[in-house]
Design a protein around this ligand. Sequence first.
Ligand SMILES: Cc1cc2nc3c(=O)[nH]c(=O)nc-3n(C[C@H](O)[C@H](O)[C@H](O)COP(=O)(O)O)c2cc1C
Length: 382
Amino acid sequence: MEISRILDRYPSIPYLREKARRRVPHFAWEYLDSGTGLEKAVSRNRDRLDQVCLTPRFTRGYAAPELKTSLFGRDYAAPFGMAPVGATGMMWPGGEQVLARAAREHGLAYCLSTVACETPETIGPIAGPNGWFQLYPFDDAEAETDLIDRAERAGFEVLVVTVDVPVSSTRERQRRAGLSRDKGGLSRLAQVLARPEWALATARHGAPRFKTIEPYLAKEQGVALSEYVAKRIGRIDHDHLASIRERWKGPLVVKGILAQEDAEDCIKLGMDGIVVSNHGARQFDAAPASIDALARVAPAVRGKITVLFDSGVESGLDIVRALALGADFVLSGRSFIVGIAALGEAGGDVVAHMLKTDLENNMIQLGCSRPGELASCLPQRA
Ligand SMILES: Cc1cc2nc3c(=O)[nH]c(=O)nc-3n(C[C@H](O)[C@H](O)[C@H](O)COP(=O)(O)O)c2cc1C
């Protein structure tokens, strides 16, 4: 179907969400959509983004937006990209390939997760120069070094180290949907049978697996996946970050920064960038809204390190808000996944188009032709 016809039916992410919820099994939806605890941080991210108002500057004349953005020595078509999402292929079979392809076609960044369903070797050539690789720190130096080297050999240009998962969070909704067990039971089978389109696509593509980490898991005979992840993945400190810095020669970004002091430590450790993020509110329910953390952190580190932002972004307007508050670049996780869960192959293309046109539209409303001008529309500075 032509993209404008799809957009007539699903003009923004909330419409796609509804479709996605009805198209994928309940456990996959709960994995994608949930936060943790009472999910207060999920609503906090949304509410605080909504509260960022910007004052249009109509008399400056019509602004033709120029979205092209240079980051870590490479040009992207827009100042936003796709955040790493584990088990993307569970939300839609082959989802990693679909999104990597769409990112490359649209000139956007695509970040592959350590716990994706596809390996860096498969996705690297598809994403090409637009590929970033997300690394969870391993409590297994050999595995971690091997993975960093694999990412480099597969052609990934940027390494993103995620520091905000020292332990798995409770994620009550996922647990109730049966995802905390390593093996699917009857209830999961029933959830699959209720979604025949997803079931057929999965039968064609193969069941989702954590292909990247399988070789490391295999070394520890008899250890279940959940046990391996709990024991071996996520813990980090300054020395560990310094060792990754030593190994990875390209742009290195630390994801999951909320405190100004942590951002300053990243500068001292020689990092190239930080992602101000509360992991889409999936880890810690008392976390500050990411947009509030951005407003504190970005001015403190401006000019010393590149600042990226994520958590809660679901429109071009949200991207505008983050750029105005000091982000150099913005990532979105769930929006792109909702796109493929709702529309399959067309999903990456549709969401990229949706966010880009909404970003342009809102920049025109504000009379800003470049992201760098958006800060001038914050009310206190207008
Ligand atoms: C289903 C899901 C899986 C995720 N998996 C990872 C992951 O493997 N690695 C990581 O660094 N972040 C992961 N994240 C967090 C995202 O990279 C990003 O920080 C978050 O999704 C941003 O919030 P948003 O979804 O509201 O855009 C995941 C997020 C979701 C929703």
